[in-house]
Design a protein around this ligand. Structure first.
Ligand code: APR
Length: 308
């Protein structure tokens, strides 16, 4: 039987993700949104590209959660971005309600699925989805480090004029201001950037990575980034569906790893058919570990403020 992936939210990220996934041709895709016609129209548009791109998988747009039943992987992209005049708290309150309601329906229709949360603030929303779903920690994760690392790697590749695929980065911590970028974990053909770039350049690239989302919001004026987020989420889905056991930085629920407990934060995890198959503990210096723990405390503060 073909694998089944459901994408909740057919907005910019959701539709781009459906497009990335269908091109991989390893699963049938369900695209769901509350707006009538939107997922149906986008799914049909994507389907009509099949004779050109050559995929055989099915894509269906729907407003009905029953169509998502029995999904192997569900990605939650539903939510709103910050609108002019809206406070961070108001945004949180709205996305909290959306993600909570969506998670309940997802867990009801696909009790065995692996869930990837994309909605921001993602560490908090992933914690919420974990609590609401009742799933084991291995089956709930958030998109953070894969995207942040891709941003850093792309900036390094431009700075050093090397191919993007020659660069590898591992960005940890919160997906936001408290991101933990450890320069020695970014390498070009195995060589740490600390041996290739002056400190000034490294700091500039790190700052740009931390501001990566905001830089795009500033340019777009309306809406936020979606191409790289969609590609990053698709990369996580591929590692799961193809059981690749690939180690990727993802937002995961910790139970003592890195000295952090009962919070979701970006750490390296091994992704396979069972979701998070291992939380990989890198050998961090005391200072690096402390930075990760501080980042986790920032997420905890947010989680407490909304009383999950
Ligand atoms: N159920 C299903 N879909 C919903 C629901 C809901 N309860 N509430 C909102 N949606 C849908 C909207 O109708 C919209 O089509 O979610 C979609 C969100 O799409 P966009 O507004 O285009 O937002 P997008 O850019 O895709 O970002 C979504 O991902 O990267 C994060 O910060 C970003 O939290 C945001 C999320």
């Amino acid at each position: 039987m073909a694998c089944k992936i459901s994408v909740i939210g057919a907005g910019n990220v959701g539709a781009s993700l459906a497009w990335c996934l269908i091109e991989k041709d390893f699963a049938d895709i369900i695209l769901l949104d509350i707006i009538e016609g939107l997922p149906q129209g986008k799914a049909l548009d994507i389907y009509e590209s099949s004779p050109i791109t050559g995929f055989n998988s099915k894509i269906t747009g729907t407003n009905d959660y029953q169509d998502t039943a029995g999904s192997d992987v569900v990605i939650i992209t539903s939510g709103i971005g910050r609108k002019p005049g809206m406070t961070r708290d108001e945004l949180l309150e709205i996305n909290l309600k959306i993600v909570s309601g969506v998670t309940q329906k997802v867990a009801g229709c696909s009790p065995d699925c692996i869930t990837i949360v994309v909605t921001n603030p993602v560490d908090t929303m992933t914690y919420l989805a974990f609590k609401v779903s009742g799933f084991t920690p291995s089956r709930v994760m958030g998109l953070s480090g894969v995207l942040d690392s891709a941003r850093l790697s792309s900036f390094i590749s431009a700075e050093l004029k090397v191919l993007p695929e020659e660069v590898s980065s591992f960005v940890l911590g919160e997906h936001g201001r408290n991101m933990v970028v450890i320069p020695r974990l970014a390498t070009v053909n195995g060589k740490p950037i600390t041996e290739l770039l002056p400190a000034e350049a490294i700091n500039r690239l790190i700052e740009r990575t931390i501001n990566g989302g905001a830089e795009i919001v500033g340019l777009l004026k309306a809406g936020s980034a979606f191409y790289a987020p969609a590609a990053a989420a698709a990369h996580m889905v591929e590692a799961i569906i193809l059981d690749k056991k690939e180690v990727l930085p993802c937002a995961a629920y910790l139970q003592g790893e890195y000295g952090i407990k009962d919070i979701v934060i970006g750490v390296p995890v091994k992704l396979g058919r069972n979701g998070i198959e291992e939380i990989v503990e890198f050998d961090l210096t005391l200072e690096e570990k402390e930075a990760l723990q501080n980042s986790a405390e920032a997420v905890r503060k947010l989680v407490r403020s909304i009383d999950i």
